[in-house]
Design a protein around this ligand. Structure first.
Ligand code: F6R
Length: 241
């Protein structure tokens, strides 16, 4: 794995956005796999700046990793709303080329199949990932088994607690989500894993340095041949570099 350590999340975001730019300018029909959460905000800020400086994204397709079950796309805490706020409303990606799972689908099994078909039709050139403090990627939570395709997941108590900062209180955090599975993530041609802050330092060490363990889902990225890990000094502090 290629590990890059930056002084600040903002510096790291500029580097990650420059990798995205390379994909966007080198492919005829680039497909970006996107994430939500605090970590990716500096990446989208830097990417929006590149677009403002002339980067054309009209030919880009995006696929997000996950969405909360029960939140409509216009719910302020939905991942649809997050993407609109931080990226889609600021750049010219055609709305029909942006894809997220539908958290209010009446038939969730059919929705997972629909999303798997979207992923099959749009092979991901580069997937951006954050990491949960428990090692989750997307919402593939620590478990005895990791699921390959898109599925419904019960969020762990730890994830609910961590994500409560985006809601009024912990009670409001949805208990379930739809997430892309680990095989879909591993099939991306290139992966960027980002982590910032001291609270991610230990899980980054476990994910990168220990063996592959289903109770640290991000460790499965060790199987992929093109992963760039982008850290700040705090999240890298338990690594021997
Ligand atoms: C969100 C996602 C999650 C987050 C992770 C880290 O789409 O897939 O895996 O990347 O929970 O969240 P932050 O960045 O808020 O610490």
């Amino acid at each position: 794995m290629n590990i890059r350590v930056f002084r600040t999340p903002s510096d790291a975001g500029i580097y990650a956005a420059s990798i995205l730019e390379r994909v966007v300018t080198s492919k005829e029909r680039p497909v970006l796999g996107l994430a939500t959460g605090g970590t990716v905000i500096p990446v989208y800020e830097a990417f929006v700046n590149l677009v403002r400086c002339g980067l054309d994204v009209s030919h880009v397709t995006t696929l997000n990793l996950d969405e909360y079950i029960g939140l409509a796309p216009d719910h302020p805490q939905s991942y649809h709303a997050f993407m609109n706020e931080h990226l889609f409303s600021k750049v010219g990606i055609p709305v029909e080329s942006t894809h997220l799972p539908n958290g209010i689908a009446s038939d969730l099994r059919a929705e997972c199949e629909r999303y798997n078909a979207v992923i099959r039709k749009n092979p991901i050139d580069i997937q951006i990932l954050g990491i949960g403090v428990n090692g989750h990627i997307g919402f593939n939570e620590p478990s005895h088994t990791l699921i390959t395709g898109t599925h419904v997941v019960n969020l762990s108590a730890e994830t609910i607690k961590m994500n409560a900062r985006f809601f009024q209180n912990e009670e409001e955090v949805p208990r379930q989500a739809i997430t892309m599975g680990v095989q879909s993530i591993l099939q991306a041609k290139q992966i960027i894993l980002l982590a910032f802050g001291a609270q991610k330092a230990e899980i980054i060490r476990e994910a990168l340095n220990d063996g592959i363990r289903t109770d640290v889902p991000a460790s499965i990225l060790q199987l992929h041949k093109d992963v760039t890990v982008i850290l700040d000094e705090q999240s890298a502090r338990h690594l021997d570099l």
